[in-house]
Ligand binder design. Structure first.
Ligand SMILES: Cc1cc2nc3c(=O)[nH]c(=O)nc-3n(C[C@H](O)[C@H](O)[C@H](O)COP(=O)(O)OP(=O)(O)OC[C@H]3O[C@@H](n4cnc5c(N)ncnc54)[C@H](O)[C@@H]3O)c2cc1C
Length: 386
């Protein structure tokens, strides 16, 4: 007889782990998480920069962060495990008046929704925060002190450990190879460890989400897009509590990583695809942006062997796709985070659990993140994408 579970979750990254945690906390114990790898974290989660911020442009993304960031702060209380949350802030630096108008409009929205401490800055404020900057073209900026970083691996394994303590089960090396649909409803999955019968299935397959959705005949506009990160050798002399610093003129951004820095930049020439090899030519490109904004970064040393690449799961409007899958009862989507899947993992887990258990999202109105928005032409516009 096939194994049965009340809820099956495909993917044990940070999102699948958060869904399992929120379901078990709400009393749904017969939850089975299927992960094809030998261990957790081999998808996008283990490649992430770990940035968390509430400085977004749309209400729904701000709302997701307003639940998630305080959750990271009390993560240990909630799960018994640390999250590595560091409230070092995000500093956006504007070089054009249009950037400032954008930051001002976003701040008004963020404050109206209840975000505290987010401030617009004068160029002089920014130089005081980071005297090493080249600031001749900086016209201002914004800073929110509760933005910062978490350790994605710790958060993922903390969510999962707590879910397992509360009754969930994790199968490793269990790849989902097919989805059984009975009429218009989910009936189960086929896996490399045998079939599992279930009426409720969550797609938390990260960059592979559209392949999994396709197994149930659902078209999901989620594309993998390579992103590369460059850690540097030790670099002393910067402020101890350095925020995530974002140069809005190029999108180049950086934060502290131990005694060195972690550098990031979205190469506009990158094309979608399942690519995870690091391209050494990227180092020179990013170091040019780095030295242009912070002249002493011309001295940064980089060991190419320590650099890495992972994949964003990108949707056409850079917003997640959450909630019931159109046309297949019992299939729920938690996909397409477009670079925000770590920071929004707590809210995603909670909303997905609410949809499954109560038939509706209660934390906030996340219905506008439904997959149906693409066919209906109701796309959302999030321009604060890093
Ligand atoms: C370089 C980089 C930097 C980033 N920086 C940030 C950041 O600063 N802040 C932020 O919030 N986000 C960031 N992100 C994005 C973030 O990492 C992702 O959005 C998030 O990790 C997605 O989590 P997930 O659990 O959905 O996916 P994943 O972690 O990819 O997990 C999906 C899991 O599903 C499994 N799976 C897939 N198919 C199957 C199958 N058929 N059967 C069984 N298992 C399957 C995979 O093996 C994988 O373990 C970054 C991403 C990258 C690549």
């Amino acid at each position: 007889m096939a194994h049965t579970a009340d809820v099956v979750i495909i993917g044990a990254g940070i999102v699948g782990s958060s869904v399992a945690y929120h379901l078990t906390e709400a009393g749904c114990k017969n939850v089975l998480v299927l992960e094809r790898e030998t261990r957790q974290g081999l998808g996008s989660t283990g490649k992430s920069m770990g940035g968390v911020r509430a400085q977004f442009a749309t209400d729904v993304n701000i709302g997701m962060s307003l639940y998630s960031i305080p959750f990271f702060d009390r993560f240990e209380e909630a799960t018994g495990h640390p999250s590595g949350y560091k409230a070092h802030g995000y500093l956006f630096m504007a070089t054009r008046p249009s950037h400032m108008e954008y930051l001002r409009a976003n701040r008004e929205r963020q404050v109206a929704l209840g975000l505290k401490g987010v401030e617009l800055l004068e160029p002089g404020d920014i130089v005081r925060m980071l005297p090493q900057l080249r600031a001749d073209d900086i016209v201002g900026g914004s800073f929110c002190p509760t933005d910062g970083f978490v350790d994605p691996h710790l958060v993922m394994s903390g969510f999962m450990a707590r879910a397992l303590e509360c009754g969930a089960t994790l199968w490793r090396e269990a790849e989902v190879t097919g989805i059984e649909v009975d009429g218009d409803a989910v009936a189960g999955v086929r896996t490399t460890q045998g079939p599992v019968a279930t009426r409720t299935l969550v797609n938390a397959a990260g960059p592979w989400a559209s392949r999994v959705a396709q197994m149930a005949g659902v078209d999901l506009p989620v594309e993998p897009l390579r992103r590369m990160l460059v850690p540097t050798e030790p670099f002393p002399g910067l402020p101890e509590k350095l925020p995530m610093v974002i140069d809005m003129s190029t999108g180049f951004h950086f934060r502290r990583e131990g005694v060195g820095l972690l550098l990031a930049w979205a190469d506009p020439d990158e094309t979608p695809g399942f690519k995870t090899s690091f391209d050494p030519a990227f180092i020179e490109k990013i170091l040019t942006h780095a030295a242009n904004r912070v002249p002493c970064f011309a001295e940064l040393a980089v060991n190419p062997k320590r650099c890495w690449a992972g994949m964003y799961e990108v949707t056409p409007d850079h917003h997640a796709i959450l909630g019931p899958a159109p046309g297949v009862r019992g299939l729920f989507l938690a996909n397409g985070f477009s670079g925000h899947g770590v920071m929004h993992s707590p809210a995603t887990g909670r909303l997905t659990a609410e949809w499954i258990l109560y038939g509706e999202p209660r934390l906030l109105d996340a219905r506008l993140l439904g997959a149906g928005r693409f066919a209906a032409g109701r796309l959302l516009e999030e321009t604060a994408v890093l």
